[in-house]
Design a binder for this molecule. Structure first.
Ligand SMILES: Cc1cc2nc3c(=O)[nH]c(=O)nc-3n(C[C@H](O)[C@H](O)[C@H](O)COP(=O)(O)OP(=O)(O)OC[C@H]3O[C@@H](n4cnc5c(N)ncnc54)[C@H](O)[C@@H]3O)c2cc1C
Length: 492
């Protein structure tokens, strides 16, 4: 079967839903293609991370190497809504220093602020119209009332007692501190990108005659006609378009580019793929936040069943980054009934860079992902600092270290603390920069998100962020979808 559209968007995740919904809303005939299916109602409550478990139907479970001797399995959303349908619901914008550091013309914080405002209806702070939106499709709120966990205020009080400043609005673009986490949830109900931007039966947007949604359809490769991308191929389906936009996420997008013969020649040849267009940066030089969980027993009552797990966070400067390169996030809900609560301690501006390589042209084969975490002295030093501050917060809150948590003999000794971290090292699942924007030799897209050297092809997902932002990327991914709608329709 072959069909034609103005625009084909690959991937109905955070960015893809926003982009497709906005384009179709302007009368652009848009096809949205998603490998996963619809999320059954009530299947991914914001309070639960059940859909992130390996083997769950709503996620891709990628086998990965996190660091030397440390392997893992990494989830990503595989559903309408993508990772926004299964993630933790922490919805904090990238900070002004992230955009300044990327230094891509047209992508300063001031340039993107209108899109952050446009995407949201901030139920707490929407009246602050200089910083916030009050009519966007994504409803944002902070834990309050019955949905504020009993541990949240003691956590914030402990941070204050240790001298950290308060940051009551983590989306204000101000200096880092301790404050409640904004979430894309209202009354405990998740508002995924599909819920916000797609019409029924997938979401709550107004009906869109110009939108065609193909779910459960895995895109194999791009249709290349010389230097022009004419659409996508998925099994025996071909969807042609004036413009193709990849929003398949920071793993799916570089993998699809490589399968289509676009990427580093050595990687493509090793995987048995014919080189069509050399772009050395596809799948290389990306970053993500390394993290560890510090277990604790607060002795406080369990949070309300609908309360989001990640309630409040402390962001601070390790000494080299005033915008805050470290984070401690309170996970007030135990991962299993009767288990401990946790402080997630994370390095938010790592030096380490990862690689992604397909191993075969088969779209069902997982790419090889090597995070290369904690390779630098500075990363190891700052990771220790994150854990030590987490332990100080725990003590200041008068909570107990739970089984497996580091005691004084570990916290006071770099070698032992490194071993403790290595044994528990995980990732925050914030991969960014696997098809980075810019003009350098490793850049994959330009400031208009067009793939260098090809026509008819853009990328709009966290692949394009040159480095992982200092905060989780969910809000920034949706901003990218909003912005790309303007770029594609000539309004940006
Ligand atoms: C478990 C988990 C928890 C997280 N928690 C948080 C959090 O609390 N806060 C935060 O800020 N960030 C969080 N993140 C990260 C954040 O959710 C993502 O970075 C963001 O949603 C990425 O958006 P995206 O549009 O780039 O990609 P995604 O939302 O991942 O969307 C990509 C979509 O493309 C589809 N796709 C991929 N390949 C193909 C193909 N070949 N054909 C068709 N479709 C394809 C996928 O199925 C998916 O639906 C979390 C991520 C995960 C996985």
């Amino acid at each position: 079967m072959t069909d034609s559209f103005d625009v084909v968007v690959v991937g109905a995740g955070s960015a893809g839903c926003a982009l497709a919904g906005r384009l179709a809303g302007r009368g652009v005939r848009t096809a949205l293609v998603e490998a996963g299916g619809a999320v059954p109602p009530g299947d991914t409550p914001i309070a639960s991370l059940a859909a992130t478990a390996p083997g769950h139907a709503l996620n891709w479970a990628y086998p990965v190497a996190l660091a030397r001797g440390r392997e893992g399995t990494v989830p990503r959303g595989r559903a309408l809504g993508g990772s926004s349908a299964i993630n933790g619901g922490y919805f904090v914008r990238a900070v002004p220093a992230d955009f300044a550091g990327w230094a891509v013309p047209g992508w300063s914080y001031d340039d993107v602020l209108p899109y952050f405002r446009r995407l949201e209806d901030d139920l707490d702070l929407g009246s602050d119209t200089a910083r916030h939106g009050d009519r966007g499709p994504l409803r944002i709120s902070r834990p309050a009332g019955r949905l504020r966990a009993p541990a949240t205020d003691p956590f914030l009080a402990a941070c204050a007692a240790l001298g950290y400043p308060s940051e009551p609005d983590k989306n204000a673009g101000g200096p880092p501190g301790a404050g409640p986490v904004p979430t894309n949830a209202v009354d405990g109900q998740r508002v995924s990108a599909a819920v916000a931007y797609l019409p029924p039966p997938w979401g709550r947007a107004a009906p869109l005659d110009t939108l065609t949604v193909h779910s459960d359809l895995l895109v194999d490769s791009l249709v290349l006609e010389g230097g022009r991308v004419a659409g996508v191929r998925a099994g025996d389906v071909e969807l042609h378009a004036e413009e193709t936009v990849l929003a398949a996420g920071a793993v799916g997008t570089p993998a699809l580019l490589q399968r289509s013969g676009i990427g580093p020649p050595d990687t493509l040849r090793a995987a048995g793929v014919v080189v069509r267009h050399e772009l050395p940066g596809v799948g290389r030089g990306w970053s993500d936040h390394p993290s560890v969980y510090l277990p604790l027993r607060s002795g406080l009552p369990a949070p309300h069943p609908d309360a989001v797990a990640g309630q409040a966070s402390l962001n601070w400067d390790s000494g080299t980054d005033p915008a805050g390169d470290l984070e401690v996030l309170l996970f007030a809900r135990p991962f299993a009934p009767g288990g401990p609560e946790h402080l997630m301690c994370a390095l938010q501006r790592p030096d380490s860079r990862g690689t992604l390589e397909i191993v075969s042209p088969d779209p069902a084969a997982s790419p090889r992902l090597d995070y290369r975490y904690l390779r630098t002295v500075s990363d190891r030093h700052r990771m220790r600092a994150a854990v030590r501050v987490g332990a100080e917060v725990l003590r200041a809150a008068r909570w107990r270290r739970a089984e497996g948590g580091p005691d004084g003999s570990v916290l006071g000794n770099d070698t032992r603390l490194d071993e403790w971290i290595q044994a528990r090292l995980t990732t925050s699942v914030h991969l960014s920069g696997s098809a980075a924007m810019g003009n350098g030799p490793d850049a994959v897209v330009d400031a208009g998100l067009r793939v260098h050297g090809l026509s008819g092809l853009r990328v709009a997902d966290t692949s394009v962020l040159p480095t992982v932002p200092r905060r989780g990327p969910a809000a920034t991914a949706i901003m990218l979808g909003e912005r790309t709608a303007d770029l594609v329709s000539g309004q940006g």
